[in-house]
Write a protein that binds this ligand. Structure first.
Ligand code: SAH
Ligand code: TMP
Length: 426
């Protein structure tokens, strides 16, 4: 990647190897899940968070991504099981696999990439079905093992696939939730899937969906881990060179709007109508046009200006504002908008290893949930807007005691009644 004299990046797409168009830069960004102690402030790592769109592969992607080993390691801060709704989601996913894709569970082999703390695979472990989690972050992998989930701590790619195939044989299902978009080398993934998948096996993955990000201006889905934000068209283009095709797609409400992609070896499964239908929706959203992304960039700027203006006004009015949930997404918002502890006093989060630390880049203190409960602020910024329903249900008392929520997706708004909260989520 180089920067030319117009200060535009010249970048070749990871999929097509053709020049890609700059969309927007969110500036200097730290590791999104890199919560830190004050002694670590001076050696914090930063990179430039900027995205491009490739007119050839239709891929929306980061220009620069930090080394995966800096993001996924023994102190990884994201534990999937912190959300009850996600636990339900993954139970349904496991049931769907068993009911529709495992004709003979006794002889089946189910693999999950990025299996984290075993939130999905534990259902296969419980049912005594042969399974394997491939999870490089050793702390979350250890939690999975304690839950009886067979897990190895490796990054998935061609080499790992070869090792797993030699030891366990080929898989009926390879599942990956919120991880395919994390892996820059899809060439190695494509080859690995080719090695590990049975001839009639299925490779299913789900990730935040580009159509939703564009429609909702949910630019906070863009952070170091998410090197790609996929669409059906870009997934078709990325995996076709490896003899894989998409035979079904299924939109999901998780993470603010995701897409589940079902892939198989070419010709192994009948292609469902859902694929053509979703491609038509992508045409109507103009996801193949650079103008769509130019408008998206303007929407991001507008969202930032509105958010900063509101927080500054509240500060001038002497109001106390805190953040609710120290999500990885919040790192993009806080750093792009340059919001520090002067505007947001602290962020409460239920994850023990985040508490007592500071947010990446802007160094806002992370406190426990009890702090929020015992010392009510005037306003709380809902950073975990993708878990809004679950949070609003358990936080009725905050509104009853006069508290107000601030949301910024799809636009910056103050919500002060339970009804307006639910409408905003719907
Ligand atoms: N599937 C879980 C976890 C998503 S977070 C869920 O949806 O909640 C992404 C996970 O992928 C992290 O636990 C991270 O350690 C893991 N990961 C990152 N790169 C990977 C790779 N190359 N292969 C397998 N897992 C990877
Ligand atoms: P995510 O948006 O990347 O899934 O991260 C969720 C974060 O939100 C995680 O740090 C846990 C936190 N969280 C809370 O603090 N309270 C909650 O009620 C929920 C659902 C999540």
């Amino acid at each position: 990647m180089t920067v030319n004299k117009n200060n535009k990046h010249s970048f070749c797409c990871r999929i097509s190897d053709k020049p890609s168009e700059s969309v927007i830069s969110y500036g200097k960004m730290p590791i999104a899940n890199g919560f830190l102690n004050s002694e670590e402030f001076s050696k914090e790592y930063f990179f430039e968070l900027a995205v491009t769109f490739c007119p050839t592969s239709k891929m929306f992607q980061l220009i620069e991504q930090p080394d995966p080993k800096m993001m996924f390691h023994e102190n990884y801060a994201f534990f999937s099981s912190t959300s009850n709704k996600m636990a339900e989601h993954f139970e349904k996913m496991a049931n769907n696999y068993t009911a529709n894709f495992l004709s003979n569970p006794k002889d089946a082999f189910v693999v999950e990439l990025g299996s984290n703390d075993g939130i999905m695979l534990r259902h296969f472990a419980k049912a005594g079905i042969k399974h394997l989690g491939i999870e490089p972050s050793s702390n979350v992998a250890e939690v999975a093992r304690q839950n009886g989930v067979n897990t190895i701590s490796e990054f998935f790619g061609e080499e790992t696939a070869r090792k797993v195939e030699a030891e366990y044989g080929k898989a009926d299902i390879i599942s990956a939730a919120n991880v395919m978009c994390h892996i820059p080398d899809l060439n190695s993934v494509g080859k690995g899937i080719g090695l590990l998948l049975k001839d009639t096996g299925i490779f299913v993955f789900e990730d935040p969906y580009l159509g939703d990000v564009i429609k909702k201006t949910s630019y906070d889905q863009i952070y170091d881990e998410h090197v790609y934000i996929f669409s059906v068209q870009s997934v078709l283009n990325a995996f076709s060179p490896y003899g894989l095709e998409v035979f079904h797609v299924d939109p999901q409400t998780t993470h603010g709007g995701s897409m589940r992609y079902y892939l198989c070896r070419k010709g192994a499964h009948a292609i469902k109508e859902s694929v053509g239908n979703q491609l038509k929706i992508e045409d109507s959203l103009r996801l193949d046009k650079i103008e769509t992304y130019e408008q998206f960039a303007r929407n991001c700027e507008q969202n930032k200006n509105d958010f900063v203006k509101l927080l500054k006004q509240l500060k001038a009015d002497g109001k106390r504002v805190v953040g609710y949930a120290a999500t990885s997404k919040s790192t993009t918002v806080l750093n792009y908008c340059d919001i520090g502890p002067d505007l947001i006093e602290y962020i409460c989060d239920t994850t023990p290893i985040k508490q007592g630390k500071f947010s990446p880049g802007m160094h806002i203190p992370i406190k426990s949930y009890e702090d929020f409960k015992n010392d009510r602020p005037d306003y709380a910024v809902l950073f975990a807007w993708n878990h809004a329903q679950e949070i609003f249900e358990k936080e009725k008392a905050f509104i009853d005691q006069g508290g107000k929520w601030i949301v910024f997706v799809p636009e910056v708004k103050v919500l002060s009644s339970q009804e307006s909260l639910i409408q905003n989520v719907a």
